[in-house]
Design a protein around this ligand. Structure first.
Ligand code: HEM
Length: 408
C-alpha cells in the first residue's frame, strides 16, 4: 500500500473517498476499504467463520496437523475468565494501580500520552498476566512500551543495533510468559485469576508456542488501544472544561464502593463521556485483514487472499450515519436524541463479531476509573489545551500533550 506523505492526509483522503464512493471502494489494486457498517459486519462474520488456530511450528516442519483448536474456544476461555474479573474488588484494583502510577509523577511536567499509556498498562497487566516478580513485570512492560513507541511514531532509534535490541526485548518478554506458563503447569508457581491461566490446562492441546501466541495476543491488545483511549480521555477532559465539571459533579455524588461495583449504572454521564471519546477517537484507526474466503459485496467482489481494511473511526465520523459527526457531545448517547447513532452497526469501537474485542467491558471501566481519578483526586493542568491537536498514527494520538497533575 502506498501511503501519502503524512498519515493525517491519508486519513483525510480515505474519508473523502468513502463519502464519495459509499463506504466500499478499492484503495489500491490490493486493498478494499469496507467502511460501510452492514458490509463490515457481514465481511467479519464470513471471514472468521470456523477459524482454527494455526498448526504448531514443529508440526508444520514435520508436515503433520496439530490438535485442532477453534479460535472460538480460546475466546470462550477469555470471556469466562473476564466474567470472574468483573467484580467491585477487581475494579478497585484497577483504580489503585492507576493511582499509584499517576501519584509517582505528581507535580512533574509530563508527557500525558506516555503517562496515560503507562497508567493503562500497569492497571491492566495483572488482568492479562499476574503474579509476576518486579523484574518480570519490568521486562513485559518494556516490550509493550517499545512496541507502542513504534506505533505512535516516536522511533527511539533505528539501524541494526536498534533492531537487535528490539528483538532481544521481545524475546525476553516471550521467555517470561513461557516460564510463567511452565511453572504454573508444574506447580512451582501459584495459579492466578488472569487471562493467561486457562491456557495452562490447555498446554497439552495447544503446545507452548500456541499458548504463548494466545497470551501475547492479550498483552498486545492491552499495550495499544487502552493507552491510546486513555490519552484521548485526558485530551477531552483538558479541552472540555464544561464536561469535566459535569463529570466532577456526577462523580462527587457517587459512593466509591457503588462506583466500583457498578460504574455504568452509578455514573451514566461519565459512561456517555467515555463512549463519546471512543466514538471520536477510536483506536486502532485501521484494521488490516486478509480475506480467508471470497465475498460478494454487491458493488464489488473480494476474492480469497486479497486484503481489506475495516475502521470503526471511519464509520464513527461518517456524516451519513452521525449528525454533527465531528462534534464532541456525550449527550448524543441519551435515548432519542437526533444526533445519536442511526443503528447498532454505526457504533463499533470494539470491532465486529466473531473477533470483537473481548475487553470491551473492562476497557470501558478502566476509562471511567481514569475519569474518576481525574475528577476526584487530581487537578489536570495543560497549558494552552485548546491548541493541542490530534495526529493519526496507529490510533489518534494527541501531539505535544504536556501538563501537570496535582492533588485536589
Ligand atoms: C478502550 C479499550 C479498548 C479498545 C478501544 C479495544 C479495541 C479493540 C478492537 C477494535 C479490536 C479488533 C476487533 C476486530 O477485529 O473486529 C480488539 C481486539 C481485541 N481486544 Fe481490545 N480494545 C480495548 C481494550 C482491550 C482490553 C482491556 C483487552 C483485554 C483485557 C482487550 C483484548 C482484546 C483481544 C484479545 C482482541 C483480539 C480478539 C480476537 O482476536 O478474537 N482489548 N480490541
Amino acid at each position: 500500500m502506498t501511503t501519502p506523505h503524512h498519515p493525517n492526509d491519508f486519513l483525510h483522503d480515505l474519508r473523502t473517498r468513502s463519502a464519495a464512493e459509499g463506504g466500499v471502494f478499492w484503495i489500491n489494486d490490493d486493498l478494499l476499504a469496507v467502511f460501510e457498517p452492514d458490509a463490515a459486519r457481514k465481511v467479519s462474520a464470513a471471514n472468521w467463520q470456523g477459524l482454527l488456530m494455526s498448526d504448531r511450528f514443529v508440526d508444520m516442519i514435520r508436515r503433520r496437523r496439530s490438535t485442532q483448536v477453534p479460535w472460538a474456544h480460546v475466546r470462550t476461555e477469555w470471556r469466562t475468565k473476564l466474567h470472574t474479573l468483573a467484580t467491585a474488588e477487581h475494579h478497585a484494583g484497577l483504580i489503585t494501580r492507576m493511582q499509584q502510577t499517576i501519584d509517582a509523577h505528581l507535580g512533574d511536567d509530563i508527557d500525558l500520552v506516555l503517562l496515560a499509556q503507562d497508567a493503562a498498562v500497569q492497571a491492566l497487566l495483572p488482568i492479562a498476566l499476574s503474579g509476576l516478580t518486579a523484574r518480570e513485570t519490568a521486562w513485559i512492560v518494556q516490550d509493550l512500551n517499545q512496541k507502542l513507541t513504534r506505533l505512535i511514531d516516536r522511533p527511539p532509534g533505528s539501524g541494526l543495533r536498534h533492531q537487535l535490541h528490539f528483538g532481544a526485548v521481545q524475546f525476553r518478554a516471550g521467555l517470561v510468559v513461557r516460564r510463567v506458563l511452565r511453572e504454573r503447569a508444574s506447580g512451582r508457581r501459584a495459579r492466578e485469576c488472569d487471562l493467561a491461566d486457562p491456557f495452562v490446562d490447555l498446554l497439552p492441546a495447544l503446545g507452548m508456542d500456541r499458548a504463548l501466541d494466545v497470551v501475547t495476543a492479550v498483552l498486545t491488545a492491552i499495550g495499544g488501544p487502552p493507552g491510546a483511549a486513555a490519552a484521548s480521555t485526558l485530551y477531552e477532559l483538558a479541552r472540555q472544561p464544561k464536561w469535566a465539571h459535569r463529570l466532577t459533579v456526577e462523580l462527587g455524588k457517587v459512593d466509591p464502593d457503588e462506583f466500583c461495583a457498578a460504574p455504568v449504572k452509578t455514573a451514566p454521564l461519565t459512561h456517555r463521556f467515555v463512549k463519546e471519546v471512543l466514538r471520536m477517537w477510536s483506536p486502532p484507526l485501521l484494521l488490516m485483514r486478509h480475506a480467508r474466503t471470497s465475498f460478494d459485496l454487491g458493488s464489488t467482489t473480494l476474492e480469497e487472499g486479497r486484503g481489506y481494511v475495516l475502521s470503526p473511526h471511519m464509520i464513527h465520523r461518517d456524516h451519513r450515519f452521525w449528525r454533527d459527526a465531528d462534534t464532541f457531545d456525550p449527550d448524543r448517547f441519551l435515548p432519542g436524541t437526533p444526533h445519536g447513532p442511526l443503528g447498532r452497526g454505526c457504533y463499533v469501537p470494539f470491532g465486529w463479531a466473531p473477533k470483537k474485542c473481548i475487553g470491551a467491558d473492562i476497557g470501558t471501566v478502566q476509562l471511567m476509573a481514569l475519569c474518576y481519578l481525574m475528577c476526584m483526586r487530581y487537578q489536570l493542568l495543560v497549558p494552552d489545551a485548546e491548541r493541542v491537536t490530534m495526529a493519526y498514527r496507529f490510533a489518534p494520538v494527541p501531539q505535544e500533550f504536556h501538563g501537570q497533575l496535582t492533588l485536589r
